[in-house]
Design a protein around this ligand. Structure first.
Ligand SMILES: *[C@@H]1O[C@H](CO)[C@@H](O)[C@H](O)[C@H]1NC(C)=O
Length: 257
């Protein structure tokens, strides 16, 4: 039972000073929950001497490395940020078991010793994904429909984070007409996860293949159901249509006469 969590870092900006350069902050792009993440602070002292490297998440410090101190490392635990000191150094910080609470803006700040006192920093947003473990669920397709009766069908994603985007496809065609869709938005689920629901109100047809796709980042899950309109319902519909036609014809006939 592996819960899939993906970690994605986007490079925001790099501030450059004259001598010291922080080239960037990086991490691998795909992770599973329970796994760890190594954040790398890539800097170039260009001859200067390192005074400190500090790491922040959303402006809160959680790790510092100062070569003059013994020991040189110091970690401060934040919610969702657990540093493994043995695997951390002056250039990287190793986080154990990332969770949804680990998401945030990560910054590394590098300072040089006297006399220059230069400092530079770089930051990156870490998004944590929780991919849904199951296919989306479709409800409302089992009940009988008559031809052209608006469907009353919902598609709900499995628990995920962030809220998955949902799409409806009818017979291979993506539904883009917003008047046929009802966006119920995302509802909270346990563990900070979310469930998205999208309704479909397209007119019923004799054989319809309905496909619902839940999408988060690079991850997709789908479910397919079919709507069959039984001959009894078709018969009822055709009787109704025939009755309407007969009424119109008789009205026209009366007018003519
Ligand atoms: C669709 O979802 C909405 C919102 O949760 C609910 O009010 C409605 O009854 C659902 N319809 C069906 C057919 O389940």
């Amino acid at each position: 039972m592996k819960l899939v969590l993906a970690v994605n870092f986007f490079l925001y900006y790099t501030k450059v000073s004259i001598c010291l350069r922080v080239v960037g902050v990086s991490v691998p792009s795909l992770k599973q929950r329970g796994e760890s993440v190594t954040l790398t602070c890539d800097y170039d002292l260009e001859g200067g001497k390192l005074y400190s490297v500090k790491w922040y998440r959303d402006n809160e410090e959680f790790y510092r490395y100062m070569p003059r101190l013994t020991p040189p490392q110091h970690a401060h635990r934040l919610d969702g940020v657990r540093v493994d000191l043995e695997k951390s150094s002056a250039r990287r910080v190793h986080l154990r078991e990332v969770t949804l609470k680990s998401r945030g803006l990560y910054r590394c700040e590098v300072s040089e010793e006297a006399p220059s006192f230069h400092s530079a920093q770089s930051e990156t947003f870490m998004e944590i994904y929780f991919f849904p473990r199951e296919s989306p669920r479709i409800v409302g397709h089992e009940r009988p429909y008559e031809i052209l009766e608006p469907l009353d069908v919902n598609c709900s994603s499995a628990k995920a984070f962030p809220a998955p985007d949902l799409q409806w496809h009818i017979d291979g065609q993506k539904v883009t007409d917003q008047s046929l869709l009802i966006a119920y938005g995302a509802k909270p689920a346990p563990q900070g996860l979310l469930v998205s629901t999208l309704g479909l109100r397209a007119p019923a047809m004799p054989h319809m293949k309905l496909r619902c796709v839940a999408i988060i980042g690079p991850h997709k899950r789908e479910r397919i159901v079919t709507i069959e309109i039984s001959s009894a319902n078709r018969h009822k519909t055709s009787t109704f249509v025939t009755a309407v036609l007969l009424t119109i014809i008789s009205l026209i006939y009366q007018k003519i006469l």
